[in-house]
Design a protein. Sequence first.
Length: 393
Amino acid sequence: MDQRKETVLELVPAIRMIMSEHSLKSGSFVRLDQLHESDPEKITIRLGRTISVFRGEAEKVLQQIKSSKADIGEYIFIEDIGLLGLSSNKSKVEQKLATVRQESRGADLPEPVASPQFKKPLYNRVVAITGGAMGFGEGIARQLFREGANVVIMDINEKEGARLAGELNEHRSPNRAMFVKADVSSLESMQNAVFECILEFSGLDVLISNAGVLKAGSIEELEEKDFDFVTQVNYKGYYNCVKAVVPVMKLQNRYSASNFGDIIQINSKSGLVGSKKNFAYAGSKFAGIGLSQSFALELIEDRIKVNAICPGNFFEGPLWSDPENGLFVQYLKAGKVPGAKTIKDVKRHYESMVPAGRGCRVEDVVKAIKYVIDQEYETGQAIPVTGGQVMLS
């Protein structure tokens, strides 16, 4: 890894926590090669306010900032690395930093918005959502954004991810959304996505590992390549996500005694009970709960909670309703529902299996997500959100 990139990862999330003693800050980091000037005095003139200047190795810089934080303003220049801006909300800091970037984005930015008088629990938290461009991921991103979170949409679907981030940023809101192209099956891709997240928001508080794929079929029908694909995304992809975010979360918690990080896997009811002619998916989800429990035991000493949320069937989402590759189509072709002649027959069958009489909705999952983040005592749990279809014993 590039030395300057390593230094950014060592410094920026830690400084955000040091400077967030009374309330969580939001910020951005501009690398040296993206600044108009490398002279602190000239940067001060462009910003229209004094900046604090630090130099030296990462540990030395952090100790200096800890000892002098009461005298530090919103802008910190780290010699040979770049400029960090921290403020009460994202919209305020991005306007000022736009004036010092080589490629100014100021003309494209909405006007700064005042921080809410009564801050919601998710306000200023940085939440990354893999598979965030469509389906459950999109719904989660929309609702958490409305709660005041800065949302990082990580997905391989550039078109839909960029569209969603752009749409969210059209709202007159103090928080922001960004899209980062990320492939969860690649550790390098996830590490790069986390780095982009740090540059844009100066930290990462919550990872929602939502990206997943499904290939249905009996043991005779399902090809090895399809089994490997499901395993690579659903199982190894979850590992890659956790591997990429843990160093940042550990660092943040080292510099804030009251902070917690959250890793939340969007699992499935198929991770709690077997699924006929759907063994690749169910097996990967069972494995995901095993990872969640094991990670939870390891990471709680660093104040990182790891939990899984296991939704029931989201019938309205593309996973089920896509007319070409959705589960209704796949299950009809696989003969998973005896006697079913149409997609409507398959849907009615699955709705009848839910005691609550309907499929799972995004708001049901978001309530579980908010509970997991808000509480500080539970970790390693697999929380059903199934309308009573799956009950733990």
